[in-house]
Ligand binder design. Structure first.
Ligand code: CMP
Length: 166
């Protein structure tokens, strides 16, 4: 169902903050207004669980989300993303399981888009696709760095070179 006027305006603002709006033509904006759903998010709510299969793209319109990686005891927050950020693109591009857990850090509003609409509308636009793919590559590099650092830390810990950390 298409968003109402007020929600469509909110979506437009979020697309602008994400840097997409200037590259979208009126037809694409109209298609996105029909395809995106609006969801209220509550602090602490988990939008994405690491390791699961993903089929949704998320655009944060209000509030903020934290990106967490699994650890033996306490998951580690690797990023705090404000309104105007998007998440969930990596699993939709790579068809890999979700690379991290994403949870709401404060109450807000998120717009959700299903995989096919994400691929057809956003990845169908060369500029927007390029922006999304570049960020996905950068995020992947950060995850690989985090993984390497964690392995080094665990090895040093088991070799008694460092006091155990959670
Ligand atoms: P996906 O793998 O589908 O699900 C988890 C999401 O967390 C991922 O897509 C990205 O949107 C986001 N994410 C992963 N790594 C990072 C990072 N280093 N910085 C910010 N967001 C990230």
């Amino acid at each position: 169902m298409a968003l109402n006027e007020e929600d469509a305006a909110l979506l437009k603002r979020a697309l602008k903050s994400a840097g997409f709006l200037q590259y979208l033509n009126p037809g694409e904006i109209e298609a996105l207004t029909r395809a995106f759903d609006k969801t209220l998010m509550k602090k602490g709510e988990v939008l994405i669980a690491q390791g699961t299969i993903g089929s949704i793209f998320y655009l944060v319109a209000e509030g903020s989300v934290g990106v967490y990686r699994k650890r033996a005891f306490l998951d580690k927050r690797i990023a705090l993303l404000p309104a105007g950020s998007f998440v969930g693109e990596m699993a939709l591009i790579s068809k890999q399981p979700r690379s991290a857990t994403v949870a709401c850090e404060e109450d807000g509003i998120v717009f959700t888009l299903l995989r096919d609409d994400f691929r057809n509308i956003l990845l169908g636009n060369p500029h927007v696709s390029d922006m999304i793919q570049r960020l996905a590559v950068k995020r992947k590099e950060e995850l690989v760095d985090d993984e390497i650092n964690e392995r080094i830390r665990l090895r040093q810990q088991s070799a008694g070179q460092e006091p155990p950390k959670p």
